[in-house]
Design a protein. Structure first.
Length: 270
């Protein structure tokens, strides 16, 4: 049986969330869209699983999760027949990237070899993380619980960044530019994680959902380019990602209410 169905893959920071981190409002609009349109929402973020579960558990219709930029995926227990590799707080979890221990040792080695100037997320104090990310101090501990990738605060020249990317590639790792950090992990990205979840939904439910991607930063670009529809949010510099060939719309700013209006608008014109 064919059903018109959407997989809404959405970034969090700078997209569904603004700098006040309105988790309850975000959960409410995620519920609202899933109630009023045949759709499944997948939150797709550079955040950790622990951070994302906090938001997801505020929602009545629990969303799918793509955490650490696609390094891992998670879905509410019971919504798909197949289990994940592990279970955490009512969610099935599967890692698509490698283990974080490999990433950390590659970063330590690259710094020793090339003298790159950067700070690893795990080296930053709670206060610095709060200052840089605008996270409330209480939310820093969940942000540290990383499973598969490490954000890096780049403090070297832009030219040396290319050498860094090459050094990471030699260790089989990829570097993705986020809003504030470079994210280092094993070949995982949001687009690949969306495809993985879509395939799972197709296989298990016999649905072939179309994909609406929502995002603001370069780490969303591949997910946006490979989607059927896109809702673009302005980046920190106020500029939008380049328009793509697929049908897209622009939201004026980040946050739950703009996100909901944007998604409803693009469904209306699709
Ligand atoms: Mg973002």
């Amino acid at each position: 049986m064919t059903t018109t169905n959407w997989l809404i893959a959405t970034d969090l920071d700078g997209t569904l969330l603004d700098d006040s981190y309105p988790y309850l409002d975000a959960a409410r609009v995620v519920d609202e869209i899933q109630q009023n349109h045949p759709s499944t929402v997948a939150l797709a973020s550079s955040k950790t699983l622990t951070e994302m579960l906090e938001l997801a558990q505020c929602a009545g219709h629990r969303p799918f999760l793509i955490f650490e930029n696609g390094g891992g995926v998670s879905w509410p227990q019971g919504v798909l027949r197949q289990p994940g590799e592990r279970r955490v707080n009512g969610y099935e979890v599967t890692l698509l990237g490698g283990d974080i221990a490999d990433v950390l040792s590659a970063l330590i080695q690259a710094r020793a070899q090339h003298g790159f100037q950067f700070e690893r997320f795990s080296e930053l104090s709670d206060q610095r993380i709060a200052d840089i990310t605008h996270l409330p101090l209480d939310n820093v501990a969940p942000a540290r619980q990383r499973l598969t990738s490490e954000p890096v605060l780049w403090q070297d020249t832009p030219e040396r960044q290319q050498t860094f990317v090459e050094a990471m590639a030699a260790a089989n790792l990829t570097v993705t530019q986020g809003g504030r950090f470079l994210h280092v992990g094993r070949g995982a990205n949001k687009a690949r994680a969306v495809k993985y979840l879509r395939r799972k939904i197709c296989y298990e439910r016999g649905e072939r959902p179309r994909v609406l991607a929502c995002g603001d930063a370069p780490n969303d670009l591949e997910m946006i380019n490979s989607a059927d529809l896109a809702l673009l949010f302005p980046g920190r510099d106020g500029r939008y990602l380049h328009a793509t060939d697929n049908k897209h719309a622009h939201a004026p700013k980040a946050g739950p209410s703009h996100w909901l209006q944007g998604v409803q608008h693009i469904f209306a014109i699709a």
